[in-house]
Write a protein that binds this ligand. Sequence first.
Ligand code: DAH
Length: 348
Amino acid sequence: MSLQSQLEQLKEESLEKITASDNLGSLNDLRVNLLGKKGPITEVLRGMKDLSNEERPKVGSFANIIKNQLQQSIDEKKVLLEQKKLQEEIAAESIDITLPGKKITAGTSHILTQVMEEIEDVFIGMGYQIIEGREVESDHYNFERMNLPKDHPARDMQDTFYISEDILVRTHTSPVQARTMEQHDFSKGALKMISPGKVFRRDTDDATHSHQFHQIEGLVVDKGITMADLKGTLEAVMKKMFGENRSIRLRPSYFPFTEPSVEVDVSCFKCGGKGCNVCKYTGWIEILGAGMVHPKVLAMSGIDPDVYTGFAFGLGPDRVAMLRYGVNDIRNFYLNDVRFLGQFQTKE
Ligand code: DAH
């Protein structure tokens, strides 16, 4: 076989191998084998010494052409394989968007916040304003303006954290009554407000007592407000909070800042009045204290008790939440244990 046909055959075989090569490593091996010093082309060209002077340059240039063709074919294949490798890498790294994502667990507002906001909504719907009080109060507003002068025995009803002789953390939300009344301009209409917030007592903590708890104070003052308004209002609120079939009853009581004073019971939302563990088998649940604002309290806030009357009430949202959700220890609300708090997911 002539050198030329050997070269031609070598070229065909080599091109086939290049085409068949399927990765950059084997392609590089092929390049070294085919075109290197120990490769078959070099081998064939060794036979050139036996050729005539005429033929030698022809075969030489033919061999160079074939070398160049093979080199070019290898270069092209290399580009193809590099692209293929890149595609494979991209495919391997791509994000599978069909996988479920990582869940970010959002917190929930505190169960007491939820209950208080629900009660606020009921009152906002009835035209009340929400007044923010202060947690650090003066003896003057916390007691004296609520008709509890310095040596009044009823002060004993509220064990107190004093900061100084005149400053304390409030024992109830009632001082907000005095602060709101003295600011109110009756030419703009009746005074109707509630004030939710924290209160503090030097109590021994147990299942039903915490040194910190919450109250929602309520106050309505205008000309001609009567006990019937108090009863009708509280009955409407209790129906909204505990269900349309609820009724309320008033029992005589005593608070220094109201006269007359009442305890308000709501018919049991669990048994409907038959008697169960929630209502301690009485059919009634004691839910708040209330009364007609004492004339002295009105007068101390600059309101003429001969012209204006009003009713007030104090409601315990901690107790509402305990009753409604069967929480048997008030301290659970203040321990910040997410296992407890997480059970009360905010409704979406
Ligand atoms: N301040 C009272 C307490 O802490 C609750 C209360 C009772 C508030 C009767 C009132 C009311 O406004 O009229 O025990």
